[in-house]
Design a protein around this ligand. Structure first.
Ligand SMILES: [Fe+2]
Ligand SMILES: [Fe+2]
Length: 186
């Protein structure tokens, strides 16, 4: 049987133990190719001399991630009230991933992650899924732009990894909305 090893995700920095790197980071959702073995970890991964534009874009990304974390937290609580087990799981996982993004961004900015503000959401999980789709769509558009504007290769990489992750989320919401629509029309 394959032996377990310690890996680290280059997008969030978190360690992972397994026989191989996971297909998606369980913490930040990054794809497998961003994992390195813990022995090969570069301790300066989050120590980037930031251009003015990347600093400004990281600050905007931080607000976006905090806002989405708070939104998914609200959506999870609404799903709990409705005893909607699938939506509880989905929104909780999304909340954790977005919080991880806020924490990774804070490492680049060399600050501690700010407190969450309260964000309103619907009592209905379908409406929250629709809003989730819109939020992910906005995040993707911002991160595509931030990646293009970055002059540091590490910042380009980081923002494009976020584009991939939020695209996973977008696809998940889209699939759920499609399923819900086919349920109501058939
Ligand atoms: Fe990660
Ligand atoms: Fe995110």
């Amino acid at each position: 049987m394959a032996k377990v090893k310690v890996f680290r995700c280059r997008i969030c920095g978190d360690p992972y133990i397994g026989t191989e790197a996971p297909k998606r980071c369980p913490f930040c959702g990054a794809q497998q190719r961003y994992f390195v073995e813990a022995n090969d970890w570069n301790p300066d991964e989050f120590n980037v001399t930031l251009s003015e534009v990347s600093r400004k874009n990281l600050e905007a990304a931080l607000q976006l991630e905090l806002d989405n974390t708070a939104f998914y937290n609200c959506a999870k609580n609404a799903a709990e009230k409705a005893s909607d087990n699938y939506s509880i799981a989905k929104f909780k996982a999304l909340m954790k991933v977005e919080r991880e993004h806020a924490s990774a961004i804070s490492k680049f900015l060399k600050i501690s992650p700010p407190e969450l503000e309260k964000v309103a959401c619907s009592a209905n999980s379908q409406a929250n899924t629709k809003e989730g789709w819109e939020r992910e769509n906005r995040a993707i558009k911002s991160y595509v732009k931030f990646s293009e504007e970055a002059t540091e290769s590490r910042m380009k990489e980081f923002f494009s990894a976020l584009v991939e992750i939020e695209t996973d989320h977008l696809d998940l919401h889209a699939e759920n909305l499609q399923q819900l629509q086919s349920k109501t029309t058939h």
